[in-house]
Structure formats: structure tokens, C-alpha cells
Write a protein that binds this ligand. Sequence first.
Ligand code: NA7
Length: 542
Amino acid sequence: PARPGARRVDVLVVGGGFGGMYAVYRFREMGLRLQAFEAGGDVGGVWYWNRYPGARVDLPSIDYSYSFSPEIEQEWTWSEQFAAQPELLRYIDFVAKKLSLRPHFQFNTRVNRAHWDEARSLWVLETDRGETWEAPYCVMATGPLSIPKEPDIPGVQRFKGRLLHAAKWPHEPVSYKGQRVGVIGTGSTGIQIVQEVGPKAGELFVFQRTPSFTMPMRNVDLDAEYMAEVKRNYAGIREAARNSAVGGTRPQSTRAFFSVTRAQRQALLEDAWKQGGLAMLGTFSDLMINEEANEQVAEFVRNRIPEIVKDPVTAEKLKPKGYPIFARRPCLDSSYYETYNLPSVHLVDCLTDPIVEITEKGVRTESGEIELDMLILATGYDGLTGALMAFDVIGRDGRKVNDKWKDGARSYLGLMMEGFPNLFMTTGPNGPAALANIIRISEHDVDWIAGAITHMHRNGLTTIEPTSRAEEDWMGVVRNLAKRSLINKAKTWWVGANVKDKPQGLTLFTGGFHAYRQYSAAAVQDGYASFSFGPPKAQPQG
Ligand code: NA7
């Protein structure tokens, strides 16, 4: 039976990041009534929360932006090749205003429970404001990096100084002047924080467990002439991105590492280092499948560190070892290694001197206590699956996503799950999320979902659900590709290794964005043969 007080729309959207914003726009344009929910106080997702110093996208801004609206492309001008968080938020605000997206959202609202009402073919969402919403379709645009992970270090709450989490950064400015600051974590986030806070803090202690590979970003201001050229060519830029493995314009190579001479290889690597950005990843075609090739590139990057870091002991500790380069998210920096040349910046190697606990005064490692005024946690996320496992998402026969995914994420194309009719995901955990441009994936996914809903409306169908066979076949494709990938050889959020007791393994699609698009298009072109559709709505009698 209908819930008293429940409000009814056509589509419910959870999440107000890039994916949720586009979903709201797209479904509204289809004439659907919709309601969207966002835990943050505004749109922006990751960029709403991550206001930490130095937060910046590490893909070119030109790529890291919407492609669905030529108007937005022409009206918005990026100021830097890699935009900083405030500019990204300005862009997000510009889009939200231009398309009047905010009125569709309830902000500061978390969905506590989502369940499928089989009898009525409706998703029923309960929010932490005590409201209930119902709709035939539900879209989880909950993002791969939305559940920050507290470090499993005893005593975090005991700390009497200021505790800051990168992903829950305060909106007001933070001063580091004269402060003894600690940073735990040296992934993309930690590296951005260290290079920004290092020169400002009284002293900075960086607690590093696994060193990351980081390469020069070589960020530049974009001048008017360059942006004018980009605006003339957006259509071509987007087309190239959609047809690339990474969903971006970064050049890719078809050249295998050992197909050229040692001298040529060296020259190509040196050139990539000078070029900066992710040029290094584009040097050779086989870096993620040929271990020896990978190791030689890793060694090239490692050898750059002592050229910058003056203290040889620190330089050695900063060298990433024991896992392939690019098997962990490659970082881009502007002055990360240089920061360690400041006498006030200290590297604490947690591999040889592990953190024992956090105390009232600071961080205690095996060798002693380091007193701090401020402790910054850059300890990552319960990625990919965290968001949908953080609340009750209940499909047919009371089955929870938590149960379905207890041995690892499973879905068809990262878009839908067997047992969860009419529930869609954007940037889901068995698609190319994390390995390709998230905005290209979000747009693709929303378009695919819009296509499925249109198909159902045209044909008078009430439910759509992938068959278990289709899901199993897809997971087979994912597994077979994963077997070849060196990504398995590093302990990262990509493989679930960063969260205690989480199922381990690479469940992302590693075949590239272009190939992913072909699979998802084929799933439509064969007349949705991989899906079972629910019966048409009963016709009123008489
Ligand atoms: P990451 O890349 O998951 O990095 C988290 C960092 O925090 C990493 O260096 C971890 O070391 C470290 N960490 C976590 N827990 C601890 C404890 N207990 N002790 C010491 N160090 C710890 O998250 P980011 O936010 O930097 O980046 C996420 C994504 O955002 C990135 O991949 C890009 O796509 C953008 P560990 O590696 O576990 O030894």
C-alpha cells in the first residue's frame, strides 16, 4: 500500500556531484518529474567537500568538464590547465544556475534507506529528514569517492589539537602560521596538502606509509588565444575523448616499450617528464601489462627524486618501491619534493617507524611522540562500493546491496544489478570509474539510463533488470581483463585494499572507456536482450 505522506515523482536521484547534476538536467528535459537528494549543503560532490588547501583536479580542466552543452562550453572559460577547487566550484555553480538545477535538490539531506516495493513497482526512499519519496526509477549518483575513511589508528578522537579531515574541510580559512602540523597520508590528497601547507606551517610532519609516484603537473594559465582555439574545437576534443581509453585528450601510444632502442626510450621518458601531467602514462602502450617495461619507467621516475630532494636519506624514503608505477593512482605535483628541502618539513617513514597511536598531544610512532597543534587526515575513502553499502539499499525479496556485494562488487556494466529492478548507478564499481575521466563516464551513464527509460516508456514496460546471466558474463569480461592488469599488484582503494575487511580484488573494467562504451551500446542495439522487462501495467477494466 502507498505510504501515508509519501511523495511521488517519476525519478529519484541520489547525489549532487557531476553525475547527479547531469542526471537531474537530462531527466527534466525528458519531461520526468524528479527529486534529488544531496548530503552536502550544495551541489558539487567531491568538490563541495574537498576544500583542503591545494585541492586541484589532476586532469586538464578542458577534459574535466561537461560536454553535453555546447552553450556551457562556449560560455565558460577555464583559467588554468589544471583548475583548483575554487574554480571547479565556480564552474559547478555556473552550470547549476544556468540550468536551474538547485530547485530539484534537497540539500543537507541523506537517504537512510531505499527499498524496492515489488507490488507497486516503486522505489521508496526514506531521508534523514523523516520524509518518504517514491518513484518507479531510482538513480544512485553517489560517486566513487564519497565515504571518507578514518584511519584505523587508535586514539584519533583523543587528540586535543585541531583535527581536520581533507574530505570534510571547514568552509572558513585555516591558518597554519607558527603551527606544528601533521599530515597522515601521501596519496593524491596528501601530496597536494603537503606542498601547499609545508611552506606556510611553523613545522610540518608528513606521516608516509606507502610513497606514491608523483610527476610534475607543470600547470599553466590558459590564455585567451588558447581558450578561443579550444572553444572552436570542442566538438573534436569531445569526440576524441569519447573514443579514447581514458576519456580524455591525453595522447596515447601504440608503441610497445621494448619495440624501440634504449636511447629512444630514455629520450621519450625525459620528454614526458618535461612535458608533465600524465604524459608519462602515454609514453608506451604496454606499461600496465608488461612488468619489466613498467619497472623501467618506475625506475626512471624514482631516479628523479634525488635530483630534487637534497637530503639523500629523505630522498631514498620518498622512493616508491614494491609495486608497479600507475598501479596506484599516479599523482601530479608542482613542488611536492621541493617541499622536503625546507628545514621545517620532516618526513616520518611509517614503514620503518609505524604510527602506534594518536595521543592528546600528537602522534606517537614507535620511536616516540611528535607533538602537534593540528593533525590533517588525508587517509582516503571507502571507494567505489562505499557509498551504496553505507545505507540500506534493498531490492527484490529483501536482498540488500550489502549482501550482494559481500564478496565484491557485482553488476551489469556498472549500471544495473540483477535483483534490483529500475535501480541505476552512475560511475558504478564494475565500469571504468577511477581509470577514466569521471565526467565522461557520468555523462555516458546518465545518457544510457535516459535511453533505457525512454525505451520502457515507448514500449509500456514497468520494470527493467539485467539477467543473472548477463551480469555473470559481464563480470567474466571484467575478471579476464583484470587478470592481465598490473593494478592488482598494489594495495589501493582501486582493489579495496585500503579498507579493513573489505573484499579484495579488481572489479573495475580495465578495457578502456572506448571499449566500455561499445559494450554498453551493444547492450542496447540487441534490443536490450540482456535484460528482463516487467509486465506492462495492467489496463484499467471496462
Ligand atoms: P588514497 O590515494 O587512498 O591515499 C590515502 C593515503 O592515506 C595513503 O597514502 C595511505 O597509505 C594513507 N593512510 C591511510 N591509512 C593510514 C594509516 N593508518 N597510517 C598511515 N597512512 C595511512 O586517497 P586520496 O584521498 O589521497 O586520493 C583518492 C583519489 O582522489 C585518488 O586516487 C585520485 O583519484 C583523487 P597506504 O597507501 O594505505 O599505505
